[in-house]
Design a protein around this ligand. Structure first.
Ligand code: PNS
Length: 165
């Protein structure tokens, strides 16, 4: 029986949303150490670099002492092994998330039985939210300030001011 719960919360976080932050804060109350791990940039249409995403996550979790921000590439289970993590944390918003997340959880467990995936249901007020939709709203000139933490909103605004020039 492990006496310390080290969990990894992996994701693209392009950009981090209020939903991500809510999950991080709730999980930080449950586990000894939470590693928020940004998947290193593989998508061509990514808005922020891995470093920018990690910086934003550091800023918005600065008040949570047991939360660490890191990045990884390759298989998540290999990263979990390197970090001696005994859990992977994922948020579930709806049935579609449940289907894909269960598939990943089972495959990850087949590859590394020592790491269990834990699911936390998204809070109701964030259950509609995704980074993809935030990007779409911003790209089309909408107001995303209710969906992302303030430091992320500033970065989004800066990015789009730069892009429009
Ligand atoms: O925020 P996302 O994009 O939903 O996060 C997806 C993520 C990073 C959790 C997933 O793509 C992942 O774990 N990628 C690492 C590669 C890997 O281990 N793939 C096998 C999963 S069964």
């Amino acid at each position: 029986m492990p006496n310390s719960l080290v969990a990894i919360y992996p994701g693209s976080f392009d950009p981090p949303t209020n939903g991500h932050l809510d999950l991080i804060a709730r999980a930080a109350n449950l586990v000894n150490h939470l590693i928020v791990a940004v998947l290193q940039n593989t998508q061509k249409n990514a808005l922020f670099t891995t470093a920018e995403r990690a910086e934003m996550l550091k800023e918005i979790t600065a008040h949570l002492p047991n939360v660490e921000i890191d990045s990884f590439d390759g298989l998540l289970v290999d990263y979990a092994a390197r970090r001696n993590a005994n859990a992977i944390l994922r948020g579930i918003r709806n049935v579609s998330d449940y289907e894909i997340e269960t598939q990943m959880a089972i495959l990850n467990r087949r590859m590394r039985a020592q790491t269990e995936t834990l699911f936390l249901p998204a809070s109701a007020e964030h259950s509609f939210l995704s980074s993809r939709m935030v990007k779409e709203i911003i790209t089309l000139g909408g107001d995303a300030s209710g969906f992302v933490p303030e430091p992320v909103m500033r970065r989004l605004q800066a990015k789009f001011t730069t892009v429009k020039r």
